[in-house]
Ligand binder design. Structure first.
Ligand SMILES: Nc1ncnc2c1ncn2[C@@H]1O[C@H](COP(=O)(O)OP(=O)(O)O)[C@@H](O)[C@H]1O
Ligand SMILES: Cc1ncc(C[n+]2csc(CCOP(=O)(O)OP(=O)(O)O)c2C)c(N)n1
Ligand SMILES: [Mg+2]
Length: 328
């Protein structure tokens, strides 16, 4: 018979050997050294059943995604991962689920050199809740802060936009069934790739960066607000995922500008870095698209191919301002 106690679960699914200079799972705190000249980068993101993932989500992919969305924040700061912690609340003990979830989690942890060094495990009264904290390091003064953008900077976006949001709409039945499009977009929703290498190489080159979790306009808007800048974004330059082709144009725009779950980097850099950034993208095999420019003021304008302002009535994902949000 399998032992189901809290400590058995931790030992079986989460305790793994940690690198020699670290103290990992098993003590009151984890311990790890920091490299000279670096500062600590820390970020936490939760994933809640029904809100960030569906109850029948594939557990291996969920393990990957839970860590990936957190690593994406380290990438957006230009930080190198050091370690992570996992707080997990489970309604029941399901060994097949835990086996697959922990395999997905540890596989990405290994690949990103971000070992799981601690956490907490409890029973939940309603659904699975995950909270992950990632710890990273970044060379002092090199971090890609949201408040570091400058007027005149180019605006860049990595990868492509829109696939994950399109997949989610198809999965939730908000668009008519389209198996072909779902097949092309589902990996982006279920298994995002954190742009860790790109972020690290941009540290010290780019000014500001953010990862696109809630939608491009909303997330890029955080950079503008923090940096006291405005911007022009060129709609035609945005790197739309090919599966967005042939969609109704207003839906295509909405998904491109406000679709969540993308986990691409949006960053700003001086024009003199253009060529190096393009070379970097090619070397890393990560497309980088120059999509706009920072201007004085505070307005974020989206311009069409003719230079006309495109009216935009949406911003992006917000946990507390959805039509069904039930705030007391
Ligand atoms: N409950 C909280 N307590 C303290 N800080 C929080 C809390 N929730 C969010 N934050 C902080 O607010 C900022 C914005 O959070 P968020 O929009 O979730 O960023 P991200 O998209 O990078 O995850 C971050 O600095 C985050 O650490
Ligand atoms: C079942 C389900 N419903 C809705 C979404 C869409 N969604 C949920 S949270 C979110 C935004 C990102 O999550 P958040 O908690 O805001 O992360 P952060 O911005 O803090 O990184 C999106 C697009 C989803 N991925 N899965
Ligand atoms: Mg967050």
């Amino acid at each position: 018979m399998q032992a189901d106690g809290e400590f058995d679960l931790i030992a079986r699914y989460f305790k793994r050997p940690s690198p020699g200079r670290m103290l990992g799972v098993g003590d009151d705190c984890a311990l790890m050294p920091l490299s000279a000249g670096c500062e600590l980068a820390v970020s936490t993101d939760m994933l809640v059943e029904g809100r960030h993932f569906l109850t029948d989500a594939d557990p291996e992919s969920l393990g990957h995604k839970a860590l990936a969305v957190n690593l994406s924040d380290l990438a957006a700061m230009g930080a190198r991962p050091l370690a992570c912690t996992l707080a997990l609340s489970l309604p029941v003990v399901n060994h097949a689920w835990l086996e697959a979830f922990s395999a997905g989690f540890h596989a990405l942890a290994r690949e990103s050199q971000c070992p799981l060094v601690g956490g907490d495990t409890t029973r939940s009264e309603s659904g699975v809740v995950l909270s992950i904290t990632v710890l990273g390091e970044v060379r002092r003064t090199h971090a890609l802060r949201r408040d570091a953008a400058r007027v005149g900077d180019d605006v860049w976006v990595s990868g492509t936009l829109g696939a994950a949001d399109l997949a989610l709409r198809l999965v939730l039945g908000r668009l008519p069934p389209d198996p072909e499009r779902l097949r092309a977009t589902r990996p982006a929703l279920d298994r995002p790739t954190p742009r860790l290498k790109l972020g690290r190489y941009l540290a010290g080159v780019a000014h500001a960066a953010i990862d696109v979790s809630d939608g491009l306009l909303q997330d890029f808007g955080h950079i503008l607000k923090a940096s006291h800048c405005g911007a022009d974004l060129w709609l035609d330059a945005l790197p739309a995922h090919p599966a967005l082709a042939d969609l109704d144009e207003s839906l295509r725009r909405e998904i491109l500008l406000a679709g969540g779950d993308a986990y691409e980097l949006c960053f700003t850099a001086r024009p003199l870095w253009r060529e190096q950034i393009e070379v970097l993208g090619r070397q890393l095999g990560v497309p980088v698209a120059r999509v706009g420019t920072l201007v004085r003021g505070q307005d974020l304008r989206v311009l069409d191919g003719a230079g006309q302002v495109v009216p935009v009535a949406y911003r992006g994902f917000d946990h507390f301002s959805e039509p069904c949000g039930d705030i007391a």
